[in-house]
Design a protein. Structure first.
Length: 116
């Protein structure tokens, strides 16, 4: 079992920045990759970024590449998403997730709203 809790969302103007955090508990945090997803109203949930167990490899959706940075602290059991140059189309609820074996664990999400 893994429990995930996101924080750091809020309202920001276009061009601004936010840093999301996701605190994990349960299984050994450093043993699995972590993802960020987002879901805008009326749209399907979409992949945003992934970081491997050690933090040595990261992957991004094309829509956020060059603007968002995923990182992790395996001592603090936390994964981060630094979001810069935010656009109104980044408005969504952001979720962290951990895929372990055949099970995907999700947090409750944190809302990000970017005003134009």
């Amino acid at each position: 079992q893994v429990q995930l809790e996101e924080s750091g969302g809020g309202v920001v103007q276009a061009g601004g920045s936010l840093r999301l955090s996701c605190a994990a508990s349960g299984r050994t945090f450093s043993s699995y990759a972590m993802d960020w997803f987002r879901q805008a109203p009326g749209k399907e949930r979409e992949f945003v970024a992934r970081i491997n167990w050690s933090g040595s490899s990261t992957y991004y959706a094309d829509s956020v590449k060059g603007r968002f940075t995923i990182s992790r602290d395996n001592v603090k059991n936390t994964v981060y998403l630094q979001m810069n140059s935010l656009k109104p189309e980044d408005t969504a609820r952001y979720y962290c997730a951990a895929g372990i074996g055949t099970v995907y664990y999700w947090g409750q999400g944190t809302q990000v709203t970017v005003s134009s």
